[in-house]
Unconditional design. Sequence first.
Length: 176
Amino acid sequence: MAPDDPPALAWSTDNCQVARAMAVLGERGTLVVLREVFNGVRRFDDVQRHSGMSRQVLSNRLALLVEHDILRRVPYQVDGGRTRHEYRLTPKGFDLYPVLAAVADWGARYYAGPEGPPVTLAHRDCGAPVHSALVCEDGHRLDDARDVAPRPGPGARPFGSTPVPSGSPQVQDAQA
């Protein structure tokens, strides 16, 4: 920590971006739904079959991801049947891929079965395994959490200041 950085306890976390993101992504199964869509499984019945989720839980997760502009519903018809919808990633959804890759990497390291992980990630062009990594804007690879210093950002407020306005994902989640 630089000498002029205030300690982390000096600023409020009531508008924390991690808490707000987890209000959207933190429900059990949400990243599993995203895993399926990233893998090309886009139709409700297919996502349900691959994920093993109940129809109601899956419906709720998909609605939340659409509401937060992570997925979009796209109509389709098969052989003149009724119009149904598939789910496609938005740019905001595509930006979540590094998060999913990091969770997959961590899960493979700590929770794979004795035979290894059922899915590995590989670079499409060269076939080499893909692993998540933190890199600073100057290109330095960060190997340890101790290599990162939390610093107040532009939205930081002194601890004990005005709370987050109602309607934010964090506040809505806490009230549910």
